[in-house]
Design a protein around this ligand. Structure first.
Ligand SMILES: [Zn+2]
Length: 191
């Protein structure tokens, strides 16, 4: 929850790509370029769903990127860069790309994510370290987790056995305290 609070404050409770204020959640910008770089970005549900395929939305959804590209947070710039690249030969997107400046290591990080597009399309589910997760694996939580609706907090370090994959590679399902819940793969570590 600390992460969420910090992120919310940093982002002024707005999606860091489109400035929406509802359905906000942390998004982990993979692959991780190095431990010193904060990889989390606060995104609305729409941006979470479409960062990998931004052309599926009307271009105007992404107009907020003309601010995101000037963010002081590298993870935001990396994500903005990838979205603009994926928008292809849209003149507006090309223009913004032309205005962007990325340090070399940040540029490598941004490009590394683009290079992985094809693999990600094959729906690989990975844990917080990038280790692939499979049906039936055992994982541990790397952070405390409020289980909504069930009224308990699953503590960091809790083991979840026999996980199930979902349609969305960002999430898996597992059982904690007898309750079947959906877990964010980025908050898990393969045991
Ligand atoms: Zn958004």
């Amino acid at each position: 929850m600390t992460l969420d609070q910090n992120l919310l404050e940093r982002a002024s409770h707005r999606c860091e790509l489109c400035a929406n204020t509802s359905d906000l959640a942390p998004y982990d910008v993979t692959p991780h370029a190095g431990p010193s770089l904060d990889t989390h970005v606060l995104l609305c549900k729409t941006c979470q769903d479409y960062v990998g395929n931004p052309a599926a939305l009307e271009a105007k959804h992404w107009y907020g990127l003309n601010e995101s590209i000037w963010s002081e947070h590298n993870a935001v710039k990396v994500l903005a860069y990838r979205v603009l690249k994926r928008l292809g030969d849209n003149a507006w997107a090309q223009d913004l790309l032309g205005q962007m400046y990325l340090d070399d290591d940040v540029q490598r990080w941004a490009d590394a994510g683009l290079g992985r597009d094809k693999e990600e399309a094959a729906v690989q589910v990975v844990d917080s370290n990038g280790t692939p997760l499979h049906e039936g694996d055992t994982v541990t939580l790397i952070k405390d987790l409020d289980v909504k609706g069930a009224n308990f907090t699953a503590k960091r370090g809790t083991t979840v056995k026999n996980i199930a994959l979902t349609d969305d590679p960002k999430y898996i399902e597992g059982r904690i305290n007898g309750t079947r819940i959906v877990l964010v793969a980025a908050y898990l570590k393969k045991a």
